[in-house]
Design a protein around this ligand. Structure first.
Ligand SMILES: [Zn+2]
Length: 136
């Protein structure tokens, strides 16, 4: 059985990773900020037309509990980020109008995560992954 843990606390560090999924080999490519229409896949070495590639977003989060004690680094998948943005949409305290994080800038995702004052995290301890985030 997978070990899960509920932690109340907040995100004090976030690294948002934006990548593109290769249409040819399905591997992820690091998105390099450039206006280039093409990108070369590091895995299959094909040069690809960017507009046909699906963007993917994930984050590495550093969490502390309510007393400020470190909980550790956890990987946060796109589905969890989308759910956070969905629940913040229309909330006056946050600048969130879009719940599809692939359409939001890295900067806004990072700021939004770091500004969440208090949340309840469901953590998968075996994979060091965030299963869900409930804003309190
Ligand atoms: Zn490829």
């Amino acid at each position: 059985m997978k070990e899960t843990k509920r932690v109340k606390g907040r995100i004090v560090g976030a690294e948002v990773v934006m990548s593109l999924v290769c249409i040819s080999c399905k591997k992820r490519m690091e998105e390099i900020d450039s206006a280039d229409r093409f990108i070369e896949c590091q895995s299959c070495k094909m040069s690809l037309l960017k507009e046909f590639l699906k963007p993917a977003v994930s984050a590495n989060l550093f969490l502390v509990d309510e007393s400020g004690k470190s909980v550790g680094h956890f990987h946060c998948p796109e589905s969890v980020l989308n759910a956070v943005f969905e629940s913040l949409k229309g909330n006056e305290c946050y600048n969130v109008e879009e719940s599809d994080v692939t359409k939001v800038s890295r900067k806004l995702i990072t700021e939004t995560l770091l500004l969440l004052k208090k949340a309840s995290f469901k953590l998968l301890m075996d994979d060091m992954k965030v299963a869900s985030i409930d804003i309190l």
